[in-house]
Design a protein around this ligand. Structure first.
Ligand SMILES: O=C[C@H](O)COP(=O)(O)O
Length: 242
C-alpha cells in the first residue's frame, strides 16, 4: 500500500523564531487533514530542535535537507545521522537539484548519503529530475533513469521516498502538466523493484494545482518549496480535495 506524503521544503528560509510562528499558525490546520496523509516539514538545521520540542502530540513529522555519510569526523559544515535522529528528525531530503547544481553533489555522494540515512533510521526523500535542455533534447527518461540507477545501488526500497522534480518547474511557476508528471512517475515506478515506493511530484505546486496533481493515479504526494512557507498556502495543500 502506497503512503501519501506531503512534504514542505523550506530551503534556506525562516529563522527559528519565524519557524515557531509558522507552527502556531499551521498546527490547527494540519489536524483537519485526513489521517492517511503524512505531513512533513523539511526545515533549516537551526530550526529543527525548536520545532521538535514544540511538536508534542502533533502529527507533523520533521525532515532535514541533507545528511553526511560519516557518523562523526572533521567535515566542517556537515551534519550526521545521529545528530538528526537525536532531535526527532524522521525524513531527510537527498540529492535535491539545488544541492547537485550549487554544491557539487553527484550520484555517488547522493548514494552515500542515502545509505547513511537508512543506516540511522531516517527515511530519505531522493530527488531526481531533468533540466529544460534535457527535456528539449528528449533526454528526460534517460537522465532520470540514469540518476536512479546510480543513486539506488544498495538502497532498501522499502524505506525510501522519491520526488520527481523537473528542474525547469522549480520556483518558476511553470508546473509540469499533471498528465506528464503522472507519466514520468509511472516510468520511475516501472523501474523500481518495490512498486509501493511513495513517489512525489515537486515543482511550483500551489493550492490551485494540488487537487489536479493528487488526482493522478501515480502521484503519491508532493515536495513543495515556496508554497510551504505560509500556514495558509501549506494548509490548503495538505487539505487538498481527495
Ligand atoms: O523541494 C522543493 C522544490 O524544489 C519545489 O520548489 P517550489 O515549490 O518552490 O517550486
Amino acid at each position: 500500500m502506497r503512503k501519501i506524503i506531503l512534504a514542505g521544503n523550506w530551503k534556506m528560509y525562516k529563522t527559528q523564531a519565524e519557524a515557531l510562528e509558522f507552527l502556531e499558525g499551521f498546527k490547527p490546520t494540519v489536524e483537519d487533514a485526513p489521517e492517511n496523509r503524512e505531513v512533513v516539514l523539511c526545515v533549516p538545521f537551526t530550526a529543527l530542535s525548536a520545532l521538535s520540542k514544540n511538536l508534542h502530540g502533533s502529527r507533523i513529522r520533521l525532515g532535514a535537507q541533507n545528511i553526511h555519510w560519516e557518523e562523526v569526523g572533521a567535515y566542517t559544515g556537515e551534519i550526521s545521522g545521529p545528530m538528526l535522529t537525536e532531535i526527532g528528525v524522521r525524513y531527510v531530503i537527498i540529492g535535491h537539484s539545488e544541492r547537485r547544481q550549487y554544491f557539487g553533489e553527484t550520484d555517488e555522494t547522493v548514494n552515500l548519503r542515502l545509505k547513511a540515512a537508512q543506516k540511522y533510521g531516517l527515511i530519505p526523500i531522493l530527488c531526481v529530475g531533468e533540466t529544460k535542455e534535457q527535456r528539449a533534447a528528449n533526454e528526460t527518461e534517460s537522465h532520470i533513469l540514469g540518476q536512479l540507477e546510480k543513486d539506488l545501488v544498495g538502497i532498501d526500497q522499502t524505506k525510501l521516498v522519491i520526488a520527481y522534480e523537473p528542474i525547469w518547474a522549480i520556483g518558476t511557476g511553470e508546473t509540469c502538466e499533471s498528465d506528464e508528471a503522472n507519466r514520468v512517475i509511472g516510468l520511475i515506478r516501472s523501474k523500481l523493484d518495490n512498486k509501493d515506493v511513495t513517489i512525489q511530484y515537486g515543482g511550483s505546486v500551489k493550492p490551485d494545482n494540488i487537487d489536479e496533481l493528487m488526482a493522478k493515479p501515480e502521484i503519491d504526494g508532493v515536495l513543495v518549496g515556496g508554497a510551504s512557507l505560509t500556514p495558509d498556502s501549506w494548509g490548503k495543500i495538505v487539505n487538498y480535495r481527495a
